[in-house]
Design a protein around this ligand. Structure first.
Ligand SMILES: Nc1nc2c(ncn2[C@@H]2O[C@H](COP(=O)(O)OP(=O)(O)OP(=O)(O)O)[C@@H](O)[C@H]2O)c(=O)[nH]1
Length: 260
């Protein structure tokens, strides 16, 4: 989905890194000592990939903003959302990269998608067999970009609300998921009754990530936002690298969105 960013940002603004927090501590003598302490919230980059139109934007929007978007357009390059979650006693920051499914809108960004990735969510449309059949090609694309094989990977079948048009059988999807050592979720970004389910998908990822050690070093991370308290959504099209790119209407979709 494109075009509803909360203001375009430059890459340098986004890359400022985490804010410092002032922490007040009581010293032994009763004096108050102010300690400048860097916030140490771990940041995890999760990429969401799959064919165009499968609902990647709607799923990330649902998770980060708690609702189904009123209107969607094909993603150009990448849309970027984030949410802080608590797992046990730790607060983690999940950075969701909602990538473009259409090949022509991926070209310029593809190398950024796969840099410093901590988890991958593969999405297909349960009402469209071809989007499921393209899953091996998306996995191959990850392999081609040398994604660590040990990072959490999750398979999501979306649009299960359209019951009368389900084309991808659960058993088939489960076999595929098992053969790639991934958990399978079937869900709907649209159905309000399944909002908790969408949360559960990303919280499963968060739990898996909590037990992994990486903290994304701000100087290495692409596009780490400086102030995330007031920003759920950052659109990179406002950045210098993306100037000139316009949103696309769904009618302009290419026939093939497979990355192979
Ligand atoms: N019925 C139903 N429609 C959905 C669901 N999720 C998304 N859609 C619709 O599917 C279409 C595509 O959704 P997007 O989220 O923009 O798809 P995308 O995968 O991000 O597409 P690209 O940006 O082109 O890669 C839109 O018309 C959505 O309204 C769902 O769970 N159920």
């Amino acid at each position: 989905m494109s075009g509803e960013a909360a203001g375009g940002q430059t890459l340098s603004e986004i890359a400022q890194g985490p804010r410092s927090e002032a922490v007040v501590e009581t010293a032994e003598a009763g004096a108050v000592k102010v300690v400048e302490k860097q916030a140490q919230r771990r940041i995890f980059k999760i990429i969401v990939i799959g064919d165009s139109n499968v609902g990647k934007t709607c799923l990330t929007y649902r998770f980060c903003l708690g609702k189904f978007p009123d209107k969607t357009e094909a993603t150009i390059g990448v849309d970027f959302r984030e949410k802080s979650v608590q797992v046990d006693t730790e607060h983690l920051k999940l950075q969701l990269w909602d990538t473009a499914g259409q090949e022509r809108f991926r070209k310029s960004m593809v190398q950024h998608y796969y840099r410093n990735v901590h988890a991958v969510v593969f999405v297909y449309d349960m009402t469209k067999m071809s989007s499921f059949e393209n899953m091996p090609a998306w996995i191959e694309e990850c392999d081609r970009h040398n994604l660590n094989k040990n990072i959490p990977r999750i398979l999501v079948g979306n649009k299960c609300d359209v019951m009368e048009r389900i084309a991808v059988n659960t058993n088939l999807a489960q076999k595929f998921a098992d053969s790639h050592n991934m958990p399978l979720f079937e869900t709907s970004a649209k159905d309000d009754g399944r909002a908790n389910h969408v949360d559960a998908i990303f919280m499963t990822v968060a739990h898996k990530l909590k037990n992994s050690k990486p903290m994304m070093p701000p100087h290495l991370a692409d596009f780490v936002p400086g102030d995330t308290q007031r920003r759920d959504f950052v659109n990179l099209r406002g950045s210098p690298r993306h100037r000139g790119l316009q949103s696309a209407s769904r009618g302009e979709e290419e026939k093939s969105d497979c990355p192979c």
